[in-house]
Design a protein around this ligand. Structure first.
Ligand SMILES: Nc1ncnc2c1ncn2[C@@H]1O[C@H](COP(=O)(O)OP(=O)(O)OP(=O)(O)O)[C@@H](O)[C@H]1O
Length: 754
């Protein structure tokens, strides 16, 4: 690569950075100009909108600083385009840097030697800070190319250089080297359900993240208000990927685990496999419905309680009528309860008044019979309309009854007001009912912490109950007040400007839409929020009940699902995408497959293929893009106490990189004892540590320079998923894999004995 070419590109790149600086200064300048306070409602709204936009722009400028321009494409028509992290225009308004997500940038990702499209050349521009340090060219001038040069992947040199880099513990974007098959995932149509099925290391996660950025760029109007949510398997995984989107200039995408989907609950604990299967099964929905019906018994006898020192009776007939009346209202349990309470109080009040009348009337009637009453009094008593009862009395009586604890207890026994948490905890405590229903595994004492598997059930319960969301209502009331203010303001605008053809309400609505999005955190705290798009990673782990909770949040069914059925670890997880998706979209979903592994060197992947062939003969392992790398090794040990030496040796071989010790439950205590001081488990902090001890399940989705699998036999036999966990473990390394074992190696690792 000539110095001239680098020098030339340096001039271009420096000029582009100059334009970026100018754009940043303009944005900062306009912030200062607007900074004055005061103004009416509309000025405030305008200022907020402009403020949001400025914030977004400044965040984007900061995000694109590193690697602003990373590519160039030369077309057959003689045109040259520069591709970068954002679009820039020159002083004349001409586009001079194309956003990687724009349609014009697409050939940068899709051109191959076999099918270069309109390109004659693609150039990767490598920069350090603002300095151009290297260029990588692929020339698509087929006629002049040797066949050997034609083979291979898009941007192979640039790609391999990226893949060889040590891992930092955080995923970074791959915007300069997205491969053609991944590009298809990134730019697939936004509507409907897209499943991205691919083996380990095929870039499912990274492609899904770029897709989020692409969708926001391409459909910003539709998506920035409704928002995009990414659901990942655990907080550590989210930490691992959290920098990718900001690095692409997108700061407002929500990230959540399944355990955080239900507002107010942060579940991280997982259930034992048998319980997970039960909690995840679709039959749970029926169980919850049945359990709730039991909370609303219809008595077959009259019920008499003592209220305010007097007996009062709810007849079986009145209880049944109240029940039927409430059930006729198509509403959740807690809302139906309001009708029920009203009817039961009315019945009790009536009974109470009857009793009172009887009590006062009886002595009088006796006198009447005996003829000891004046003619006037006799007339009053014989006229039914003159009785004491009237509407006012009835209302008063109902109020009094409602204040009475005995009446409350009666009603709560027949139709209690329930929160999802109370309802589920009561259900888990009801051993007899659970056993009779065939769900005995769910029984547990009250007060235990919620698990990830409980979250979809809480969500389901909230649907059935209709959460009495007082805070939400307060928010709504605030919203209503704001809305009234907005409409009043809009009316003023219409009067002053004389604009016609739009109502004040419509104008207010339009302005509200322009006011900009709520934050990702606010959306997550609102159980009823309907997202514009949801991306689910490691989606094979989601149970049927979890899918119900996810789909509830995206009524338009605009969803990207990425996963690998061959890596399913949860016994409640997916065995087939079609089966999981059928209840929501029937057959209306598309699948794209990723077939190339960018993580694991070929030597390690051959071992992974042996494992997969054994545990899931139908599945196909992806081909590894890198032939190079150290072959995997088996290290026989006398005991786990010898691990420190092995870890030290691995660390010495990989330099700055990171090591994961992936171990079985059986070995876990001995491994942690032998490697004292080494963090265990998936805490977000452990990502930054040079060595970490994990179970196979915990290592899912992550990658490390070197992996030591301690006790493969244990991982294999303990696995609730029939060995898929071992497949996950052997595919985590980017450079080196060592298998430490005490007894003989399992058959499926026999390749290592040679
Ligand atoms: N086009 C690419 N350019 C550079 N690096 C890439 C590319 N595609 C994937 N990678 C790298 O390959 C590794 C694996 O990617 P990723 O974690 O997205 O795979 P995955 O399919 O989600 O894997 P798993 O199923 O094992 O979790 C990451 O380090 C990622 O940055």
């Amino acid at each position: 690569m000539g110095e001239d070419a680098i020098g030339q590109e340096q001039r271009k790149v420096s000029w582009l950075y100059g334009l970026l600086d100018a754009a940043r200064e303009r944005t900062e300048g306009s912030a200062r100009a607007q900074a004055g306070g005061g103004g009416g409602f509309q000025q405030r709204v305008d200022r907020d909108t402009a403020e949001n936009e400025r914030y977004r722009r400044l965040a984007q400028f900061a995000a694109v600083e590193h690697g602003l321009c990373f590519g160039r494409i030369d077309g057959r028509d003689g045109d040259t385009l520069y591709v970068g992290r954002m679009g820039l225009r020159d002083e004349e308004g001409e586009p001079v840097l194309i956003d990687w997500r724009a349609p014009a940038a697409r050939p940068f990702y899709t051109a191959t030697s076999f099918d270069p499209g309109p390109l004659t050349r693609r150039r990767h521009i490598h920069t350090r800070g603002r300095r151009v340090v290297d260029l990588d060219d692929e020339v698509f001038d087929l006629a002049g190319m040797r066949p050997a040069d034609r083979a291979g992947l898009v941007g192979e040199a640039a790609l391999l250089a990226t893949l060889r880099k040590g891992r930092t513990g955080r995923m970074s974007d791959v915007v300069a080297t997205i491969q053609a098959e991944q590009d298809e995932v990134v730019r697939a149509a936004f509507q409907g359900v897209l499943v991205v099925q691919g083996g380990p290391g095929t870039g499912k996660t990274v492609a899904a993240l770029h897709r989020a950025a692409y969708l926001l760029y391409t459909h910003r109007d539709a998506l920035s208000r409704r928002g995009v949510l990414i659901i990942g398997p655990n907080p550590t995984f989210l930490r691992y990927i959290e920098r990718v989107l900001p690095g692409l200039g997108e700061t407002d995408v929500g990230l959540a685990t399944l355990g955080e989907l239900f507002p107010g609950v942060h579940a991280t604990a997982v259930d034992p496999p048998e319980t997970a299967v039960v909690k995840g099964s679709p039959e749970m929905a029926d169980l919850l419905t049945a359990a709730l019906a039991r909370r609303r018994p219809v008595p077959d006898e009259d019920l008499t309680i003592e209220a305010d020192g007097m007996p009062v009776t709810l007849s079986a007939g009145a209880a049944r009528r109240a029940h039927e009346h409430a059930r006729a209202l198509r509403a959740p349990h807690n809302l139906q309860r309001r009708i029920y309470v009203h009817d039961v109080l009315a019945a009790l009040a009536e009974d109470q008044l009857e009793r009172l009348e009887k009590a006062t009337d009886e002595p009088l009637l006796k006198l009447l019979e005996e003829g000891g009453l004046s003619a006037e009094l006799r007339e009053i008593l014989e006229d039914p309309s003159s009785l004491l009862r009237d509407e006012h009395d009835a209302e008063y009586a109902k109020e009094q009854l409602w204040q009475d604890p005995a009446v409350r207890a009666l009603i709560d026994g027949l139709w209690p007001e329930l929160t999802p948490q109370e309802f589920l905890a009561d259900l888990y405590a009801d051993r007899e009912f659970l056993e009779v229903a065939g769900f005995g595994a769910l029984h547990r004492a009250p007060g235990a912490a919620w698990t990830v598997g409980d979250v979809p059930l809480l969500d389901e319960a909230a649907e059935l109950l209709g959460v009495d969301d007082r805070e939400g209502r307060a928010r709504e009331r605030q919203g209503e007040a704001l809305r009234e203010e907005e409409v009043r303001y809009a009316l003023g605008v219409l009067q002053v400007t004389g604009i016609e053809g739009i109502t004040a309400a419509d104008l207010a609505e339009r302005q509200r839409e322009e006011r900009g999005p709520v934050t990702a955190a606010e959306r997550l705290a609102d159980r009823d929020w309907a997202y514009g798009h949801i991306i689910v990673d490691e989606a094979q782990e989601l149970s049927a009940m979890a899918w119900r909770a996810v789909m509830r949040r995206v009524p338009t069914r605009s969803v990207t699902i990425v996963g690998d059925l061959a890596q399913t670890g949860s016994p409640a997880g997916a065995r087939s995408w079609g089966e999981m998706l059928a209840p929501f979209v029937r057959e209306r979903w598309r699948e794209l497959r990723l077939l190339v592994n960018y993580r694991t060197p070929a030597g390690i992947m051959r071992l992974a293929e042996d494992v997969l062939a054994e545990v899931d003969p139908e599945a196909e392992a992806p081909a590894s893009v890198r032939e190079e790398g150290d072959p995997p090794i088996a290290v026989p040990l006398d005991s786990p106490a010898e691990l420190p030496a092995l870890i030290a040796a691995e660390r010495a071989r990989i330099g700055d990189g990171r090591v994961a010790v992936i171990t079985s439950a059986a070995w876990h205590p001995a491994v942690t004892a032998a490697l004292s001081g080494v963090p265990t488990g998936i805490t977000p902090e452990s990502l930054d540590e040079p060595v970490v001890i994990l179970t196979a399940g915990e290592s899912k989705g992550l990658e490390f320079d070197a992996v030591v699998i301690a006790d493969p036999v244990g991982i294999l036999t303990e696995s609730a998923s029939g060995g898929h966990d071992l497949y996950v473990a052997v595919t985590r390394a980017t450079r080196r894999l060592a298998i430490a074992h005490t007894g003989p190696l399992p058959d499926l690792l026999r390749r290592l004995e040679g």
